[in-house]
Design a protein around this ligand. Structure first.
Ligand code: AHG
Ligand code: MN
Ligand code: MN
Ligand code: MN
Length: 337
């Protein structure tokens, strides 16, 4: 029997791979370390939900027009606090904050290099029912000059310029999965020791799969091509019908499909012509992970990571997962009349 503590720890992995991280400064390693810490703090609270007064509505509406949950607020505060204190990040943008937050360097000279964009608690409608939730993060190098305050343009870079991205999944076990542009690696938390171990090296999407994940309650609003693809998934032919699986937490749906093979879809829908998911906090980091895991992430007609964002909270349609499944979907969209 192999004990998990014989695997490399996240700390050891970061140390061993420092030179292969983009720009290979020790700062990106420190930043991943800060995320590891905030993930552990949030995990501790998520695990206690139901015992302490952390379930339910916080009583506010966020900039997305959604009712903020208490855990949305808690995770947002913890990630922001932890990232602010490290002297690496010059700005933070969050799904839960209307504007970005500027962070000065410890010496007051505005020379921190990185910006972080976060979805602090993804799948917050699942909190009260004890189903999986997550945190998603996306990291860029600033493009404004060092020595000046961070600017909006630092946060509106296309996804292809990300230097790192990942997610934490608070599921049956807690995992941190991330990429720095050299493949995707997954780490599982041993809660007794408070240590993440390298449980899932070099994660890759199977080329094809048998799972499709979409909120079919929105079917009536989908485009003809998306409807036709869903009918294709359900048709009895070859290895079909496929299996439908939808948790309603993008992180958890994506994670399952990454391991088993599948396609995740959040198309444009009637009331939300640009889809629901946020380009900067959800689509871009998930797209970076998808491509690094040899999958494909598209709006249906365009690569997600090529989009030039124009607004912090902009929404975009997304289809991502096993390459052959996403290509098939694109075929249906291309050929819709
Ligand atoms: P968040 O909880 O961060 O607002 O994200 C919710 C997102 C995503 O996690 C999930 O896949 C999707 O919304 C579910 O939306 P529907 O309930 O419309 O299917
Ligand atoms: Mn939300
Ligand atoms: Mn989300
Ligand atoms: Mn969220």
């Amino acid at each position: 029997m192999t004990y998990t503590n014989q695997k490399r720890t996240l700390g050891e992995f970061i140390f061993d791979n420092q030179s292969s991280f983009a720009y290979s400064t020790g700062e990106l390693s420190k930043l991943i370390n800060a995320i590891r810490l905030a993930a552990k703090i949030t995990n501790h609270e998520v695990n206690k939900a139901g015992l302490v007064d952390i379930l339910g509505d916080a009583g506010n509406t966020n900039v997305q027009g959604e009712d903020q949950q208490k855990l949305d607020v808690y995770a947002n505060d913890k990630f922001i606090q932890t990232l602010k204190q490290r002297g690496i990040v010059c700005g933070i943008a969050s799904e839960e904050e209307e504007d970005f937050i500027a962070v000065n360097s410890i010496d007051g000279n505005n020379n921190n290099k990185y910006v972080v964009l976060i979805d602090p608690l993804d799948g917050s409608s699942n909190i009260d029912v004890n189903a999986s939730v997550g945190t998603i993060f996306s990291i860029y190098r600033r493009i404004s000059p060092l020595g000046s305050p961070v600017e909006l343009k630092d946060f509106l870079q296309p996804g292809k310029d990300q230097v790192a991205a990942g997610y934490v999944m608070y599921g049956t076990s807690t995992m941190l999965v991330f990429t720095t542009g050299n493949g995707v690696n997954g780490f599982t938390l041993n809660p007794a020791l408070g240590t993440f171990y390298h449980s899932h090296p070099n994660m890759q999407f199977p080329e094809t799969g048998r799972i499709y994940s979409v909120n079919e309650g929105n079917y009536v609003h989908f485009s003809k091509g998306v409807k036709a693809y869903i009918k294709y998934c359900q048709k009895e032919e070859g290895d079909r019908p496929y299996t439908s699986r939808y948790i309603g937490s993008m992180v958890a749906d994506f994670h399952r499909n990454l391991i088993k093979g599948g396609i995740y879809m959040y198309p444009r829908i009637g009331p939300m012509q640009n889809g629901k998911l946020r380009l900067t906090y959800e689509c871009n980091p998930i797209a970076f992970l998808t491509e690094q895991a040899k999958g494909k992430a598209t709006t249906g007609t365009k690569r997600i990571m090529d989009i030039e964002p124009t607004e912090l909270h902009q929404r975009e349609a997304i289809f991502c997962g096993s390459i052959k499944m996403v290509e098939k979907l694109e075929e249906f969209i291309l050929n819709e009349d």
